[in-house]
Design a protein around this ligand. Structure first.
Ligand code: ADP
Ligand code: MG
Length: 262
């Protein structure tokens, strides 16, 4: 039994997240300030099981903060955030379990340079999930295959391209069997060709039914692959819609954002 589900220590024991019928992620009127700077001003949205949602918006609009609050890398001031029906803004939530359930990948890959690709992936499997070596090895091979890098298991990060390193970071996150994956501008540091290979991995994941929430500047990708797009502006969800909303923005803010880029 690998998965006990997300456990809230308050109000009675563990919950079988696999059986949770509602949205995988739910933000309701989330507020977050850094000092006097109010960054999230009543953000609400839901991510359904198997859904892939892209968040777009200008730099500073609060996209990363929203993602970080879901994984409790930031603590919100007001509102609520649920993952599989569990309040993750509760001070009693099991953070270790939460971070098994919610995978997050950033622009910087943060692989350990002195460890091979496989060892990077094994680390959390062995020490956090406590899997026996043989079992962890099987999982590592499976996730490396998912990102198309099985033959790089014994390589060191510096021997890989930026795109390959980012794919290893995605594989490392996938190895935890998360309920949802959060991606924060994972291709922003890559040149166009390497961007393409990482986008392809994310598209495969989406096609495989992974629940995903990603912040991206890749508008064509968002339009083609995302089930819904959320446009954030000045700390608020300004527009939400299917890909076509990029062809016919309803608000002058989204129109200006699309016309002028960032
Ligand atoms: P985006 O990802 O849309 O570019 P962010 O969520 O990173 O926006 O940032 C929104 C605002 O919050 C910015 O003004 C940024 O300076 C501020 N901010 C983000 N993180 C912190 C932090 N840890 N401390 C102080 N200010 C922060
Ligand atoms: Mg950001």
């Amino acid at each position: 039994k690998l998965h006990s589900g997300l456990v809230a220590t308050e109000g009675g024991g563990s919950i079988n997240t696999a059986a949770h019928p509602g949205p995988i992620v739910k933000l309701d009127q989330v507020y977050k300030s850094f000092g006097a700077n109010q960054v999230l001003k009543g953000v609400s949205f839901e991510v359904a099981k198997g859904e892939m949602i892209a968040i777009i918006g200008a730099s500073g609009s609060g996209k990363s903060t929203a993602l970080r609050c879901i994984d409790r890398l930031e603590v919100i001031d007001q509102g609520s955030i649920e993952v599989c029906g569990i309040r993750v803004d509760s001070p009693t939530v099991d953070l270790k379990q939460l971070r098994l359930e919610v995978g997050i990948v950033f622009q910087s890959y943060n692989l350990f340079p002195h460890l091979t690709v496989e060892e990077n992936i094994l680390l959390a499997l062995r020490h956090v999930k406590k899997l026996p070596r043989a079992e962890a090895h099987q999982v590592a091979l499976r996730v490396l295959e998912q990102v198309g890098l099985q033959e790089k298991a014994a390589a060191y990060p510096e021997q890989l391209s930026g795109g390959q390193q980012q794919r290893v970071a995605i594989a490392r996150s996938l190895a935890m069997s998360p309920k949802v994956m959060l991606f924060d501008e994972v291709t922003s540091a890559l040149d166009p060709q390497l961007t393409g290979e990482v986008l392809r991995v994310m598209e495969d994941l989406a096609a495989g039914g992974m629940t995903m929430l990603l912040v991206t500047h890749e508008m064509a990708f968002a339009k083609r692959v995302a089930d819904r797009i959320i446009y954030m502006h000045q700390g608020k969800v300004w527009e939400v819609g299917a890909g076509e909303m990029l062809d016919a923005p309803k608000t002058p803010e989204l129109k200006a954002f699309l016309d002028n880029g960032l």
